[in-house]
Design a protein around this ligand. Structure first.
Ligand SMILES: Nc1ncnc2c1ncn2[C@@H]1O[C@H](COP(=O)(O)OP(=O)(O)OP(=O)(O)O)[C@@H](O)[C@H]1O
Length: 327
């Protein structure tokens, strides 16, 4: 897929105060690098959606400035701006009386693409999000499952090749299994399209799984920490972040910690012919899952068919304890 260059998003002392004096976002400065997926998390009401909706000007900031690349977007025409920014929300908001094909073609048509170009783009995108166009393009939204509707929502948001994608709890209305699958697909999609994505969730696990970086906000849109998932789990900046990411952050860290090659032990002489095995590039979480499924009490780690060594539960524990001590 031909991707338009992604753009850096910069917020400079952005504030939103409502008429009733509620300060949703007090004074937020933040830079989201081009092509990265940054997740906003924080307790309910802390201003996550407000931040997102200020970026596409569905909510007008009270003060401060916002930039897309070098362009200040605080004062551009909001309708024109929104054509350059994809937006996906929890309940998708597909047009119920339009087919999947027409829903996805909404923005390409608005921006004046030819019928032919729009049609090709729709087919390409449906394939990309895992929906066979022959089966689904002419269905209506009510003829789809929740997960399929969410995929159409993502395809629609990507249709006119936006420079930025804003996603507000896009996967929280589907069951955990479908959510896991959508997250996996979405990560694969991001590998291809490399958009700048701002993703809101209240789910720490989702943030850790998807985010290149995570922004932890507290009430009033106050920035508590901005860092990679591994940094935030290993070294929460303060009590607020530690409490928010949870007492089980050791477990969560498994998902962002690679297998350290120097922690491997030699393959035991009495190893069975088919021990549990994982590839060397998976995380400790996958290694632990494979280990727990087998009966050996360890898991073999291999690269290109060669066993590099084995990992035991004690080794996994030691890696986490070491990282904690460093933090
Ligand atoms: N129109 C409004 N008038 C006054 N206050 C508002 C208005 N809209 C939102 N707020 C307040 O702004 C704050 C931030 O709301 P926002 O929806 O951004 O939070 P959030 O972090 O996305 O919450 P959640 O996780 O519950 O969706 C909340 O305290 C909310 O009550």
């Amino acid at each position: 897929m031909n991707a338009t260059a992604a753009a850096t998003i910069r917020l400079d002392s952005v504030r939103k105060q409502y008429d009733d004096a509620t300060v949703a976002v007090a004074d937020l400065s933040l830079e989201i690098p081009a092509g990265e997926l940054v997740v906003l998390i924080g307790p309910s009401g802390c201003g996550k959606s407000t931040v997102l909706r200020m970026i596409n000007r569905l909510i007008e900031p009270t003060s401060g400035r916002m930039f897309l690349g070098d362009e200040e977007i605080t004062s551009v025409d909001p309708v024109e701006l929104r054509r350059r920014i994809g937006y996906v929300i929890q309940h998708v908001g597909l047009f119920p009386h339009q087919t999947v094909r027409d829903n996805v073609a909404t923005v390409p048509r608005l921006v004046g693409w030819s019928k032919q170009r729009s049609r090709e783009r729709v087919l390409e995108l449906l394939e990309t999000v895992g929906l066979d166009p022959a089966r689904y393009a002419d269905r209506y939204p009510h003829e789809l499952s929740g997960g399929q509707r969410q995929r159409v929502g993502v395809a629609r948001a990507l249709a006119a090749d936006p420079v930025v994608l804003l996603m507000d709890e896009p996967f929280s209305a589907v069951d955990p299994i479908v959510r896991g699958r959508l997250q996996d697909e979405f990560l694969r999609l991001q590998q291809t399209v490399r958009k700048t994505i701002v993703f809101v969730t209240h789910d720490v696990e989702e943030a850790v799984r998807l985010g290149d970086k995570i922004v932890v906000l507290s009430e009033g849109g106050k920035l508590e920490q901005y860092g990679t998932p591994a940094e935030i789990l290993a070294r929460p900046a303060n009590e607020f972040v530690a409490a928010f990411v949870g007492a089980d952050r050791g477990i969560k860290r498994l998902a962002v910690t690679p297998i350290p090659p120097d922690a491997l032990r030699p393959l035991p002489a009495d190893a069975p012919a088919k021990p549990p095995v994982v590839a060397a590039d998976v995380t400790l979480r996958e290694a632990l899952a494979a280990l727990l499924e087998g009966e050996t009490g360890w898991v073999a780690v291999e690269r290109d068919g060669t066993v590099l060594g084995v990992l035991t539960p004690d080794d996994i524990y030691a890696v986490l304890a070491e990282a904690r001590a460093e933090g």
